[in-house]
Design a protein around this ligand. Structure first.
Ligand code: EPZ
Length: 417
């Protein structure tokens, strides 16, 4: 079982480029199922979750070619509507494939989604929305059978602006006659990127990025060529690495609008962040990190839950006490148990973590508990005394290219053994 060894105490320098976003390529790969045409996706990250989704698309009958960061999907011969159980179990977000498969095949068959350990990750909002569109949902023998033969358009009021549920409704509504409206839709940049892709494909999706999205059903589609938006959470991860090592680093291929809340948090921590060119920032951290009196995660454009564990690592060496409230997932503080092994002083009570900054962390043997906590441990290792060994790397590989070894381009001492 391989692990990462991170040597702490080194300054970083230079520049690094951010790849396309994991959380936009997954729904867009699902969307390629709908057109029956060829879709070219540029700047596609080389990560496990993409490989898994490509596997599922191939099982359905898609022909897929990968050349570096360019992925070409030809969905003209879709022959199946079942997502294999072993693939569904590995990645919770595969649930958004059901909307796309239904749009194309009018039927879908899946199991309950597996994936990250972020507490209970229900799909009730997805199921409720499908039923409101007159899609039948029947559980039988551990499988869920969806039948959309008689689906009709409608207005869906989401109880929570769920990213996945918003995407699933957008996808399934692309071939339902009439106008489907999503009220209280998620506003994340990945939703807007999916809408851009669908509109290039011949759909009419309006309002993405606001809390009301409308989708006109269509019945003919065209080839698409689309470049993914940059991964805002990978950008936040690199900013955190620069912050904890007191470094100055240039980050290219960043949409600063997408990480506004993250940038203001770093500035509050005393880290300089300034735009250099259209899509580049320079992050410069001198001196001790300042604590954050209160950081709350919330749906976009609030502070992203996916950057919470990464920021908690930075705050563990701040000059004072910070409070972090995790409002999106009920179990997203598992990484703090690992940070405590490194000498951090963190108390967690439900959705609240109190982080008393310590002068130095110390290297230790730790385990990645989910995708972003693995990245948070790499960030902590960069500022700890000595060596930190991180196992369960498959979590990190799901969302970070090359197991975050690319940080070596800016001087991080990380090896995979
Ligand atoms: C997406 O997950 C992202 N994943 C997550 O990123 C991200 O943390 C999350 O959105 C929030 O921004 C992908 O895009 C592949 P949600 P998703 O539906 O769609 C509850 C990462 O690290 N909920 O917005 O699953 C749910 O339990 C991953 O890249 C219901 O109750 O998130 C959670 O508490 C982790 N019922 C909250 O809503 C439902 O039917 C947010 O979930 C659906 C969700």
């Amino acid at each position: 079982m391989s692990k990462l060894v991170v040597e702490g105490g080194n300054r970083l320098e230079g520049s690094i480029r951010i790849p396309g976003a994991k959380n936009t390529v997954l729904p867009i790969l699902a969307a390629t199922i709908i057109s029956g045409k060829e879709s070219v996706i540029e700047d596609c990250p080389e990560i496990k979750d993409v490989e898994l989704t490509v596997e599922i698309l191939k099982n359905l009958g898609c022909k897929i070619k990968r050349e570096g960061r360019t992925l070409t999907v030809d969905s003209s011969d879709i022959s199946d509507y079942t997502i294999k159980e072993e693939l569904m179990d590995k990645m919770r977000s595969s649930i958004i494939l059901t909307g796309a498969i239904l749009a194309r095949m009018k039927k879908a068959k899946t199991t309950y989604p597996g994936g990250c350990e972020l507490g209970l990750r229900p799909i009730d909002l997805h199921i409720k929305a499908f039923k409101e569109l007159n899609i039948s949902v029947v559980e039988e023998g551990g499988y869920i059978m969806f039948d959309g033969e008689n689906a009709h358009s409608g207005d869906i009021h989401l109880a929570f602006p769920s990213v996945g549920a918003t995407e699933n409704i957008m996808l399934v509504a692309t071939t339902i006659k009439g106008t489907t409206k999503i009220i209280n839709a998620a506003k994340e940049p990945e939703i807007s990127d999916l809408a851009d892709f669908l509109n290039k494909m011949g759909c009419r999706v309006l309002g993405a990025g606001t809390s009301v999205i409308t989708i006109e059903g269509a019945d003919s589609f065209s080839n698409v060529n689309h470049t993914l938006i940059p991964d805002r959470i990978v950008a936040a991860t690199v900013m955190a690495a620069a912050a904890v090592t007191g470094s100055t680093v240039e980050i290219n291929n960043v949409n600063t609008e997408h990480i506004g809340a993250v940038i203001s948090a770093f500035r509050e921590m005393g880290v300089l962040v300034f735009k250099t060119m259209d899509n580049s920032v320079v992050v410069s951290a001198a001196g001790r990190i300042k604590p954050l009196n209160l950081l709350r995660t919330s749906p976009y454009p609030g502070f992203p839950t996916d950057a919470q564990s990464i920021i908690t690592s930075v705050l563990s060496v701040a000059d004072g006490t910070s409070i972090v409230i995790e409002n999106i997932f009920e179990q997203r503080f598992k990484h703090t148990e690992e940070l405590i092994k490194m000498g951090a002083d963190v108390t967690v009570d439900g959705r609240c973590a109190v982080i008393k900054g310590v002068d130095r962390l110390k290297g230790a043997k730790v385990s990645a508990r989910d995708l972003r906590s693995g990245a948070a441990l790499v960030v902590a290792g960069l500022c700890a005394d000595g060596f930190t060994e991180i196992d369960n790397l498959y979590h990190i590989d799901r969302g970070y290219e090359n197991t975050l070894l690319d940080l070596r381009e800016i001087g991080a001492k990380i090896t995979k053994v």
